[in-house]
Each structure stands twice: as structure tokens, then as C-alpha cells.
Design a protein around this ligand. Structure first.
Ligand code: SF4
Length: 89
């Protein structure tokens, strides 16, 4: 929960320039630390944000930092230029 609150208050900050890639709609960030109320299941079995067009900055910018990315890196479509260095350790 601490991370969620921290994400909300720091979401006014810019996205780290090391970030590359794009969202693949895996939905992992919509379960941090619990399933988001606005996440809805589609008939195709996928999950969708029901307020996508007006989603708040902490969702819009996720993952804003490498630390945030590390919580979802197994499925997230984004990556950070330092990601290779992290995985090699
Ligand atoms: S974890 Fe990454 S790829 Fe998955 S929904 Fe969130 S931003 Fe998109």
C-alpha cells in the first residue's frame, strides 16, 4: 500500500527518460497492490480499464521509474535501458 500512495503523490514528476517500449495491456500494474475497482473483464477474457480516457497520472505514467517497473517486469511491455544490467546481476 505504501508504494501505491507513493506512486500517487510522485505521479506529477516526469517519466524516467530511460524508459522505452509501450504498454501491452498485461494489466499487472492494475493489481498493485490489489485489483483496481475500475478494472473490468471483457467478453474476450481480457481486462480493461473502465475509465481509461480519464485515468489518473499514476496509471497514465506507469511505470514512471525503474523501481515501479521492477514490480511488473515479468509481463510489462515497457523496459528501462538499465534493465539488462539489472538482469545480469
Ligand atoms: S504493467 Fe506495463 S504493460 Fe502491463 S498494463 Fe501496466 S503499463 Fe501496461
Amino acid at each position: 500500500m505504501r508504494h501505491k500512495i507513493e506512486r500517487m503523490f510522485t505521479s506529477i514528476l516526469p517519466v524516467d527518460k530511460q524508459r522505452t517500449g509501450e504498454c501491452n495491456n498485461c494489466g499487472a500494474c492494475c493489481h498493485l497492490p490489489f485489483r483496481c475497482y475500475f478494472l473490468k473483464s471483457g467478453e474476450d477474457g481480457k481486462e480493461y480499464c473502465s475509465i481509461y480516457a480519464i485515468r489518473p497520472p499514476n496509471c497514465r505514467k506507469f511505470p514512471r521509474t525503474l523501481e515501479q517497473y521492477n514490480h511488473v517486469k515479468d509481463t510489462c511491455g515497457f523496459s528501462f535501458n538499465t534493465d539488462k544490467d539489472q538482469k545480469d546481476k
